[in-house]
Write a protein that binds this ligand. Sequence first.
Ligand code: PNS
Length: 169
Amino acid sequence: MTGPESEGSQVRRAVCPGSFDPITNGHLDIISRASRLYDEVYVAVMINKSKRGLFDIDERIDLIREVTAEYGNVIVEAFHGLLVDYCKQRDIPAIVKGLRAVSDFDYELQMAQMNNGLSGVETLFVPTNPTYSFLSSSLVKEVATWGGDVSHLVPPRVLEALNERLRKD
Ligand code: PNS
């Protein structure tokens, strides 16, 4: 049995949380590496009602599902509220996060310690592939908005969606 109902089973689960507006090659690198370490990897897309993204939550989820389908053990869902509550509901003991540079560390450490203090959930940091150490969704959007080439920074399906969206607006 797999899924949240199999509480107490030996299924090893982890979550990769984020905004994913949109998913980049940097995210994909972390998710694919997590998918080799865990039986099930949940990609949890945070719903932030106060911040309108370029893509809405369902669009982000569809894109992530398309580009992670080949891994075979990635489950993509939206979540709202505290990440530790999402982890409890899904029986997920570990959060996997990419660290791009030292500048990520301060805030990530605070969140990891807070989450551990709240519920005992562990955070595992994976060093980002140096090819993507400067990469963020915000920069991709900014560069793409002004016509820059981001084709090496996002999966082809995401590039297509970006071009479509930016042409429309
Ligand atoms: O891609 P992002 O925007 O850097 O992701 C940040 C995210 C979603 C991982 C973080 O904001 C988060 O976990 N939010 C959920 C709310 C929560 O649990 N906050 C307390 C963190 S200690």
